[in-house]
Design a protein around this ligand. Structure first.
Ligand code: SF4
Length: 361
């Protein structure tokens, strides 16, 4: 029997892969230890009292990869297995680490994190090809034949579930409705963790989403996550957000992710065809998306800084302004006003960029 150490470098929610690995090893009688690092700067001594025979390291974010690799120094000579998007982001499927089937199809060990919510996929993959996103490379297109209905993976007795599907809005209506109607009829509260593709909203789907009333990642508030990454989909934003609002979903219960610092996403006309806003200048598209979302529709924007880039003071300030919701009581011009034009804004040590949506797995 082996002592197995699972190192979760940076997951924000329970890590499904580690939960499955735990199940597998416990079923063999191995002793399993979890160490959650929560993306802190350095590894301390917290898990040094465990002398494992096998170590798994999961890292979700590429910028934490050096940190994750530093574990190697502590466990030299021990078998160490690395996995997660932080290690293989951008690589073709053939060059990635996937769990062997015996682990992939194991039921997750819910005792590992002690979470009271179920986690799972009905389907993996996405048929879109956003250039900043790893899902098309990692998961490929949606394979409907792999469908696992939610009632097969939400354990009995659970009243909350995180749906991890990459883009469930792309499913055909029948399948889409079956999944979400099951959550409603079973009474299991659902969080659509990877967001709902605004381009696929119809009045019927908006009504269904309003009835579902999905939750945020903590199951504290009602929250529908959507995204406006490419400036060019403004037409969908302006057409489909009103469908959600008309169906009864409040703007403040919608969070819209916006990728920033990723140039291809912000290409567009010099002037907004709808409101004439000037879209020239390095950050005009970022400000414009915020203004449309919040000022026109009352939807809460959320900035994701591409690659957690820290070299653009404007962007860091903007991310703080948006993600701390300063915009609710202060104009950007006023907030920006007290920042020295070229100086790096004060960094209070908080992570502004959150995970890529596809990294919640
Ligand atoms: S960002 Fe979303 S819609 Fe775009 S490729 Fe990734 S999973 Fe698909």
């Amino acid at each position: 029997l082996v002592k197995v150490l699972l190192v979760d470098v940076d997951s924000k929610i329970a890590n499904l892969a580690l939960m499955k690995i735990s199940s597998y090893h416990k079923s063999k009688g191995d002793e399993v230890f979890l160490y959650r690092h929560r993306a802190k700067k350095n590894f301390g001594f917290e898990f040094f009292d465990v002398d494992p025979g096998l170590v798994y390291v999961s890292c979700l974010f590429t910028w934490n990869r050096p940190l994750a690799q530093s574990i190697n120094n502590r466990f030299r000579g021990k078998p160490l297995l690395y996995g997660g998007t932080g290690f293989d982001h951008g690589r073709p499927a053939s060059e990635r680490n996937y769990l062997p089937d015996v682990i992939e199809y194991a039921s997750p060990d819910y005792d590992l994190y002690g979470n009271d919510y179920a986690l799972g996929f009905c389907l993996r993959g996405c048929n879109r090809k956003c250039q900043f996103c790893d899902v098309p490379l990692k998961e490929g297109r949606i394979k409907l034949a792999d469908y696992r209905p939610p009632w097969t993976w939400v354990p009995d007795g659970f009243t909350k579930a995180m749906l991890l599907d990459n883009d469930p809005a792309l499913y055909p209506d029948k399948l889409h409705d079956e999944i979400f109607r099951w959550f409603m009829s079973s009474g299991v509260r659902c969080s659509i963790t990877q967001g709902y593709d605004i381009r696929c909203v119809t009045p019927e789907r908006a009504a269904l989403l309003a009835e579902l009333n999905p939750y945020d990642l903590k199951f504290h508030d009602h929250r529908l996550y959507i995204a406006w990454d490419y400036l060019g989909v403004e037409g969908f934003i302006r057409e489909r957000i009103p469908m959600l609002l008309d169906a009864g979903i409040k703007g403040v219960n919608i969070s819209c992710y916006m990728i920033t610092g990723f140039a291809p996403a912000t290409k567009g006309p010099d002037r907004c065809p709808w409101d004439g806003a000037d879209l020239t200048g390095p950050h005009a598209a970022d400000l414009h998306r915020y203004e449309v979302l919040w000022k026109d529709f009352g939807v809460l924007p959320f900035v994701m800084v591409y690659n957690n880039e820290r070299g653009d003071p404007w962007l860091r300030a903007f991310a703080r302004f948006i993600n701390r919701r300063v915009f609710k009581h202060t104009e950007w011009a006023d907030y920006r006003g007290w920042l020295p034009e070229k100086a790096t804004p004060p960094d209070r040590g908080e992570k502004i960029a959150v995970e890529n949506r596809d990294d919640f797995r």
